[in-house]
Structures are given as C-alpha cells and as structure tokens.
Design a protein around this ligand. Sequence first.
Ligand code: PGA
Ligand code: ZN
Length: 418
Amino acid sequence: MKIKAIRAREILDSRATPTVECEITLEDGRAYSASVPAGASKGQHEALELRDGDPRRYGGKGTLAAVNAVNSIIAPTLIGHEITDLTGIDRTMIALDGTRNKSNLGANSILSVSFAAARAASGSVGVPLYALVGGAYADRMPIPMMNILNGGAHATNNIDIQEFMIIPCGADSLAEAVRMGAEVYHTLRSLLIKHGYSTGVGDEGGFAPTLASEAKALSIICEAIEKAGYRAGTDIALGLDVAASEWYSDGVYTLPKRGERMNSEQLCDYILSLVRDYPIISVEDGAADVDLDGWVTLGRKLGDTGCLLVGDDLFVTDADRVAEGALRGIASAVLVKPNQIGTVTEAYAAIRTASHFGYKSIMSHRSGETEDTVIADLAVGFATHYIKTGAPSRSERVAKYNRLMRIESSLFSPKYGF
Ligand code: PGA
Ligand code: ZN
C-alpha cells in the first residue's frame, strides 16, 4: 500500500504549547494520524525541535515552520512510498534533512511523520502497531514507572529533584500494576490533605506539594504505599529522576530551589543517602550529561546497591552515545524518548544497542504530551523493560496506561516484566 498524502497541522500539547500532528492518507483512502511530545528539561545533545520564534504567536513557540517542513518538503518526497517500508521512510527523511541533529527540518516534523507512518503501516496490514513492530508473538508488558510527585522543572514547588516514581515491580500484570499505582496515588492525595499540603499537580500529573525536604517526599510516598496495603520495596519500589543536567554549570551543581551548591562527589553522596534510606531501585540522570566523571563516580558509589542508573540527557536516545557510554561503563539503563532522536528507527537502534551491552531500556513520554499512544505500542513491540509515562492521572498520561491495558487484555498469554 502506497502513501497518497501527508499533511501536518499545528495542535496543542498538555502545557498549552503548540506541537505537530501528522496525518498520512494511504491509497485506499484511509487516514492515520500521530502527534509528537515536547520536553522541558532537555538534554543539550537532543535533536532540534523546530520552533517558529515569532513572538506574536504562542510566545515564539509556534510550529508552523515544522508543519511547513512536513507539507512542502517531506510530503512531496514520500508520496508514493510503500508504507510498510518504515525504515526506508525514516532513512529518506534523515537524508532529506542532512544534519546530525535534524536542525534542517526539525525532529518534531520528522517524528510526526515517522510515528504516523508506523501507525498507517499497522493499519494497512490490519495488525496492531505493537505486533507490527514486535512480531506476531510479542507478549511482554513493560513495568510502569509512575511519577506521582513532581518537582524540578515540572512544578513550582520547592522540590529540586524532578520526579519521584512508584514502580509496581511486585504486580502480576500490567493491569494490576496500574491499579496499584492508582490506589497509591489516591492514598497519597488523602495523606497530603491530612497533613495540610497542596494537592495541586505538576506537568506529569504527580502532586507538587511544598515539603520540608526530598527525604520527606520519599517518606510520605512510602507511607502512602503501606497505607494502600502494599509493602514498600517488595510490592512497589521507588525511582527518581534527578535531572541533574538542569543544575550543572562550570563544574558545580546548584540546586535552584534550595539554593545549595554541591560538587559531583557531594551530589553522589546525597543520592546514595536517599538510596540507602528508601527502597529506590532506579536513579535517572544522577549526574549531568556533560559530567562524565560524575557518572563514573555515581557508578562507583551506587554500583553495589543494584540500583539502575538511567541515562536520559546523557544518552538522548542516540545509539552512538549509548555505545560510547557503555564502553566507558557509564550507567546501566537507557531512557528512550523518540523525539530526542527524531525517528522510530533510530529510537529502536538505541534500544538494540542498549540490549547489546546488557543495559535495560525504558520507553518514555515527555513532560509536554498529547493524547497520542504510539509509545505504549512501541514499548510492547520493542520489549522495553519499563515504561515511564507519568502519574496514573491526567488524560495525556492515562491514555498510555489505558492503551497498555487494552494491549494486555488482547494478548493470549501476556507476561509482565522480565
Ligand atoms: P522532559 O522530562 O520531558 O521535560 O525532558 C522528562 C524527563 O526528564 O525524563
Ligand atoms: Zn529525565
């Protein structure tokens, strides 16, 4: 089946910021669309997100240039292309852009087409997207990492660490994991009310109270887990996204809200103290993307805790960067954000490289999301170990959990976790 038309438009993401939606129409007249997310705490090596820069529209954040790149450059090239040749479609766009970081056409333009093409290919052969990319027997559901308390760049509270996640590792199924997460979310809400804290939420749907410390955030989450009837550390473990690149400048980490300054060693010791005191099994970006010595120190200090060290800004879903890091023994898991690299093909390459080096992979949303659910299918199809897609609240987050539950319920013999 060949591509008949490709048309992009500007739509809004969950933060009232414009993004790109692409619609692909096939020869049979059926149309498929997909949209792309946007980050707030971005790695400096991410592929470029094309924004108009026109202050008269959306404070300069319009995406009309990206839309135009799809409609007037990508579309004419791809019309007539076989839709199931997904890697060929991605390769064509990579060549058309011609830059290392997609600064010509924009990773947002390119990914909107890459996502829509994957969805259209699945529709054209009548196979769900997860099965198209993962094969007829794909049946492994990822473990969710649910961000139930927001800080850092995603909230206006006083908490510097960006994400506090619950990880229902003791569940038997994805649906049970979602239920456990939702129950803890409700219990946490009640506890926050009881102690007089705000229950307003941050960008990823997690609560964003002002608290005495990050340790307090972790202890109240543990209290919520226990009060909901689960064992913290056994049924439900914890994860952090420190997002330390946001704090780093001239060799020093400055925690912006607390106003405290630390060197790499002190930051690693701080993280280690939290990992020792709470059942944390995953720490993301515990050092800045440019602080490779800090990453080595982190590995040395946290290595024997068994804690997963996740590279987000560090790897930016780039297979070459994953390989470089792995050869230096940095980190132990890769966060996979397709819009950091710009095509599904390249995101898959990062996952393959991660698994080649024995690294875990975690499919991920961005803090600015749409109702699109492509990443849920990609997580199952590519068999990533985890998926991080926010709190079990707010529709742009819940859409992914709901899609995962629909996939799981359609499988003959679903497996949860790995
Ligand atoms: P971002 O946050 O989408 O704002 O980059 C998510 C993350 O850092 O993992
Ligand atoms: Zn991150």
